[in-house]
Ligand binder design. Structure first.
Ligand code: B12
Length: 424
């Protein structure tokens, strides 16, 4: 089949993101024998014309659209980011009769609401490498797409759970040729590399289980490093490990680092670290392997709030981890997520004082918790009447502990203004 894959994201908030997930789908779809064109709207000067031109030129028999961001998660002035995606779908429909199939992290959190809002035909929750080619085969044969696990059709049954890929190395990762534009090698871009999927931690606010499932599945360390070598040779020298928790399981994180050292992989990299059970040996391995910065997702420094968020660590673990990283010369960016269920003025002040003493290089403070479906925060928000039981949460809704409105924003903004390296 002739397949057009479009990454609909045009946002460079925080940093521009190469649509590597769609690249994985492109690689597996091409390997299944289809002719694939990948269009990334982020790097197009005129995304609308680029969509029109690609649909006209490719005459696709199926169009896959990757939906990443729904909104910017900013409670003070939320931006809903799906209007442009809806326009992309409409353009495809105006110029082609091919089925429009959605996927991606944003879609996976809100499958039914996205299908409805975007007026697409079908969608695939979770990973696309196996399911997308399987869906193409069913579409070509005129079968029922919803027989494939995780596939939903607009107006049909509610989206069911996807089948997760047990062995990630079964699918060859994308080659650099899928992202040949020179702009991807510019200073702003960090190559997103995923070495494992799934997260069992179940933080009260987090949408990751909906996207990746709760079971950790991982690639082989050697396969990851071979992949990194290919991309480094193609000019990608800065890597962002996009795994939710780089240090889980710790033994895998260490073997990955050691493999990078063994292959003398000269890349600078960043990752997201969960500040529990981080050993000095792991941090040493990370530094030796080229880690220059970590995002420390602790979200609070208050013991009761850490419990309420279902974090498996306490302030002492955060302090220890931060010290180990500082001693190894790894830059640290910390995150505070204030205002969730159970937050009080005292817990906010305790968190800020605690984080200040850590002496991190940067701290990002967020006020108000974006409410995602299938999370504990969503349950609490419904119980307390913060959102209605029939609200699908696609338009961003936030939890701010009652009683803190009118105080927390001003307090947090002042805290940020008073501290170097803190951002709101
Ligand atoms: C790493 C990450 C970042 C990094 C990105 C670094 C980089 N260089 O890429 C940083 C920290 C910069 C970041 C920033 C932001 N992020 Co972010 N990020 C993530 C994270 C943890 C992983 C994304 C990733 O790379 N996955 C790995 C790739 C390989 O997988 P994938 O893209 O999901 O693709 C797979 C499937 O989805 C599917 N698939 C993908 N496309 C398609 C298409 C079709 C047709 C099909 C069938 C299947 C399919 O198959 C792929 C392969 O299996 C996710 C959470 C998560 N667990 O997904 C949040 C997430 C995507 N981010 C999110 C958000 C909101 C943001 C920001 C807006 C936050 C902010 N205000 O700064 C910015 C936007 C950045 C941008 N420019 O777009 C949200 C999006 C939901 C929402 N509310 O909009 C998520 C889901 C987290 C959350 N809170 O729930 N992010």
């Amino acid at each position: 089949m002739n397949v057009l894959l479009i990454s609909a994201n045009t946002e460079a908030i925080n940093m521009p993101a190469i649509p590597m997930g769609l690249g994985c789908v492109a690689a597996s779809t091409a390997a299944a024998g289809h002719r694939v064109r990948l269009l990334d709207l982020l790097i197009e000067d005129d995304p609308k014309s680029a969509v029109d031109a690609a649909v006209k030129a490719e005459r696709p028999e199926a169009i896959g659209i990757s939906v990443r961001n729904i909104d910017d998660q900013c409670m003070q002035a939320p931006r809903f980011l799906l209007e442009g995606v809806r326009d992309t779908v409409a353009r495809c429909r105006a110029l082609s009769t091919a089925p429009v199939i959605l996927g991606g992290p944003g879609y996976s959190i809100f499958p039914d609401a996205c299908l409805e809002y975007l007026h697409a035909d079908m969608g695939i929750r979770g990973e696309g490498e196996a399911a997308f080619p399987a869906l193409l085969a069913v579409v070509a044969a005129g079968g029922d797409p919803t027989e494939i696990a995780g596939v939903a059709a607009r107006g049909g049954q509610a989206s069911a759970a996807p089948k997760r890929i047990a062995e990630l190395d079964r699918f060859l990762p994308p080659e650099p040729a899928w992202f040949s534009a020179s702009v991807y090698r510019s200073a702003d871009f960090w190559l997103p590399v995923q070495t494992r999927r799934g997260c069992p931690l179940n933080c009260s606010y987090c949408s990751t289980p909906a996207i990746e499932g709760a079971l950790i599945r991982r690639r082989g360390a050697a396969a990851v490093v071979d992949f990194l070598q290919d991309w480094r040779d193609a000019g990608f020298t800065k890597v962002f490990f996009v795994d939710n928790t780089f240090n889980l399981p710790p033994s895998f994180a260490r073997s990955l680092c050691r493999e990078m050292v063994r292959k003398s992989l000269d890349v600078a990299w960043r990752c997201i670290l969960y500040p529990a059970k981080v050993s000095g040996a792991l941090v040493q391995d990370m530094a030796e392997a080229g880690c220059c910065e970590v995002s420390l997702g602790f979200e609070s420094g208050d013991p009761a709030m850490l419990d309420a968020m279902n974090k498996q660590f306490g302030p002492a673990d955060i302090r220890r981890t931060a010290r180990l990283l500082a001693d190894a010369g790894i830059r640290q960016m910390g995150f505070l997520l204030l205002g969730g269920p159970g937050e009080t003025r005292e817990s906010v002040k305790r968190s800020i004082e605690f984080v200040e003493r850590l002496g991190l290089d940067m701290v990002k403070v967020t006020v108000g918790v974006r409410i995602y479906p299938e999370t504990r925060v969503a349950e609490i928000a419904r119980q307390k009447g913060v959102v209605g039981t029939d609200d699908d949460l696609l338009y961003p809704r936030f939890y701010l502990e009652p009683g803190l409105e009118g105080w927390l924003f001003d307090f947090a903004r002042q805290a940020v203004e008073d501290r170097a390296g803190w951002v709101f």
